[in-house]
Design a protein around this ligand. Structure first.
Ligand SMILES: NC(=O)c1ccc[n+]([C@@H]2O[C@H](COP(=O)([O-])OP(=O)(O)OC[C@H]3O[C@@H](n4cnc5c(N)ncnc54)[C@H](OP(=O)(O)O)[C@@H]3O)[C@@H](O)[C@H]2O)c1
Length: 197
């Protein structure tokens, strides 16, 4: 499976807030359309309630939410298209039953979602290209587990100082990157890296 992390951030690596402009959002929609699935952590759903759609730029990828305790609200906008909610054995049974009416629920991991096992499972279901959109806690876990192949960051001309960061949890080791491309979309700089493993 090819995993791409994509996010937009301030110059000082804050993720919380909107750092994309129209051209960058169009780039994101196209990247979603090229992916079999798009993944976010539960805090992103609770905070932003995104649909994560392509805005009619192409086929809709499957949406995947990483949500150990199955906290996702039944009326989350993400359920407007096909969604998988990955929960852990820790998730209350009644929450799972309620969400099963809206999405496919996968139980994977004891306390938290076991991302490595989940990725192997997703690959078996023909999800070969995955776009991880955040937030910082999920991105940190994916990097820590060495699961991602590519990193795309859109950097906005702002120093925000406070908020959820691109790296929310300490990494066990530095991640080495190879710069593949630099793009400028008006005031926003897009950096594309290969993640060296
Ligand atoms: N600028 C951008 O491109 C962008 C994109 C996306 C999000 N965001 C922003 O990011 C913020 C949310 O980020 P966040 O860091 O608070 O949360 P997050 O990454 O969206 O979600 C993290 C949560 O996922 C759950 N989780 C379950 N298993 C996990 C695992 N193995 N590894 C990591 N997480 C796991 C945990 O909650 P449980 O234990 O309860 O399951 C964890 O607290 C929002 O402000 C949002 O706006 C920005």
């Amino acid at each position: 499976m090819h995993i791409t992390i994509n996010c937009a951030k301030s110059l000082d690596s804050i993720l919380e807030g909107n750092y994309s402009n129209k051209k960058d959002w169009n780039r994101v929609y196209e990247l979603r359309a090229k992916s079999d699935a798009v993944m976010v952590g539960i805090n992103t759903i609770l905070k932003d309630n995104p649909r994560l759609t392509t805005h009619d730029t192409g086929k809709e990828p499957i949406k995947i939410v990483i949500d150990s305790r199955c906290r996702i609200p039944k009326d989350a906008r993400i359920f407007q298209t096909k969604t998988i909610v990955a929960v852990s054995e820790n998730a209350p049974k009644d929450r799972i039953s309620a969400i099963q009416k809206k999405a496919k629920v996968l139980i994977c991991g004891k306390q938290q979602v076991d991302l490595s096992t989940l990725m192997k499972h997703l690959q078996k279901t023909n999800i070969n290209t995955l776009m991880v959109e955040g937030g910082g806690t999920l991105i940190s876990s994916i990097l820590n587990l060495n699961l991602a192949d590519e990193l795309i960051v859109a950097i906005a001309p702002q120093i925000t100082s406070r908020g959820i960061r691109f790296i929310q949890k300490d990494l066990e080791a530095p991640i080495n990157l190879k710069l593949k491309d630099i793009q400028k979309l008006d005031e926003i700089v897009i950096l594309k890296y290969q993640i060296l493993k």
